[in-house]
Design a protein around this ligand. Structure first.
Ligand code: SF4
Length: 161
């Protein structure tokens, strides 16, 4: 069929680590040989970091942040991304933002009847009135404009200038 794009939905999630590595290596070889692009859907943040050129973080069916892996993992801009990454064990526990784990309070709203404003507002420690009233759009944001700039859907993102 010679596809240009392959959507891989949790392709390695049920595999043990050694088989995961083999599959990831195979995917990377196929990408190089055939010029493929992947939309790689996963919950394992270590796997995502290893394979992705660009990462989109989703919360309740919406993309809340898009960034290159090094920018996202070292300096997440959306509060949900920050909470998500704070739960990842690190080989260098003193590094960057991972000093302490952020434990989110509250429940995930129903995707059938999502909130009008920001979908993360009920669980966000930075929320203000505007967050409940108005859904934030995905906008350019970055500590360093240019290469490290990403997209974030938040009225009060981390790393704001
Ligand atoms: S828009 Fe407001 S509630 Fe939503 S993530 Fe940003 S600060 Fe938190």
């Amino acid at each position: 069929m010679n596809p240009k794009v392959i959507v891989a939905d949790e392709p390695v999630s049920a595999l043990d680590v050694s088989i995961q590595a083999q599959i990831l290596n195979l995917l990377e070889k196929l990408q190089q040989d055939l010029g493929l692009s992947y939309v790689f859907i996963a919950h394992d943040l270590s796997v995502v970091r290893h394979i992705a050129d660009e990462v989109a973080v989703m919360y309740l069916g919406k993309v809340v942040e898009v960034a290159r892996p090094e920018a996202l993992y070292n300096n997440p801009s959306h509060p949900y991304s920050k909470a998500l990454l704070s739960a990842v064990p690190s080989a260098t526990p003193r590094s960057s933002h991972m000093h302490s784990r952020i434990v989110l309070q509250g429940d995930v709203p129903s995707p059938i009847n999502p909130p009008v404003g920001c979908r993360f507002a009920a669980r966000c420690w930075k929320g203000q009135d505007i967050c409940v009233a108005q859904e934030p759009s995905l906008q350019h944001h970055g500590v360093i404009p240019g290469e490290n700039a990403g997209l974030v859907a938040c009225h009060f993102p981390e790393n704001s200038n």
